[in-house]
Design a protein around this ligand. Sequence first.
Ligand code: AMP
Length: 447
Amino acid sequence: MSFKPPRGMRDYLPEDLAKRRFIESCIRRLFRLYGYEEVETPAVEGYELLAAKVGEETRRSMYVFEDLKGRRLALRPEGTAPVARLVATRLRTAPKPLRLGYIWDFYRYDEPQFGRYRRFYQGGFELIGVDSVEADVEVLCIAADLFRMLRLPGVWFRVSHVGVLRSLLAFYGYGEDVQNRVLGLADKKMYGEIFKLLDELGSPGSLVDTVSRVVKLRGFDRRRVLGEARKVLEGFTGASEGLGRLSDVLDLLSEVHPDVRVMVDLGFARGLEYYTGIVFEVFVEGFDIALAGGGRYDRLIEVYGGEPTPAVGFSPGVDRILAVMDRLGVSPTCKPGRILLVTPVSEGKLREAFKVACRLRAEGIPATLDVKGRRLRSTLSYADRMGFRYVAIIGEEASEGYVTLRDMDTRTQEKIPVEELPSKLSKFKLPETLNLETPGKQFLEGL
Ligand code: AMP
């Protein structure tokens, strides 16, 4: 019997979890800054719903199972489909635009390797109900802000517009099925396979020629790349519209975020089939895995029975960001902040120590009771190893209302009245989270 978590899935020990929480807190800060409200859906959904538009690659990597009544269910491999389901159903009549956010775990039967797991966390920002350049740029700005907040060096964006290749193929009469296959191959940079497929389908040489020229168009000089693309795509109305949109989006982005490095790459697509407009991924120099990805999906919500609703979003990969930060040595140092250990000198003083700890907590000061009756020396060495900043020693003098407060950093100690403890430790006081007169109000304001 194996006592390890399943392959590709992992446990988070306190320090790992603290690091994850740091990334999550950056994402949540952006929820607040930009006005996104968090939602949560079950990790398990009907297979058909999750499989509808995710693309062949993701579909094949889904964890699919039957429940005891024979219903076909799956673990979510990504977050946009569940959010689209919410918008199509319970949020159908909600005023638009809607800004929804999430930080959930996802499951994919990927081959485990650096930055690739079978269970991983992603944040998500979905802006629903607007089809404007500004909406596209808002999402790109959030991504830029997130990576600036994380202070990762060498960040760059790869951006494209799936409408370019889709319209080109549609112009030659190819429907969604062929378009999806071509984009899926482009996502994996398998351009040779694209030409083979088009050949097999008996495509005219002019299409193969145009596609082969388009997928090679890339570079950080957006004006040059888009200029060349315009020439290649002259006469293809739909594809040219896609280019125009991409150009408008990048112009506005460079105005508000001139420092963001953007590579226009018309051979770049994303495997998820629901994308209809701009698509992008975020990279860090030296790593060939995307740290975040997103794009516009204007026709997904109607797949779930909703009104036709334009939408755009993006999703940062929390674990992958952490893996890259760790590798670069720039991950947040998240030592647990242990503050005060309250310890009795003997078994007989345990009750008194218990009361002191209660009294401190009532005042919002974190206090951990050393419930293990052991010698003071062992307790102090335990406090050292655990990184407690102070130890309150409850000894004989407790009966006169005194405790000994030991500073573990300076290794000095002083005898002080119990009632002075809260003011002595006031800098560690936790912020109020509950105000009993208006329950929840302060909590919400503090979020
Ligand atoms: P996707 O839904 O494929 O666009 O993924 C969005 C982001 O989630 C990616 O850019 C990655 O950062 C992250 N991600 C995707 N798949 C995995 C995985 N197997 N393990 C860890 N992170 C992943």
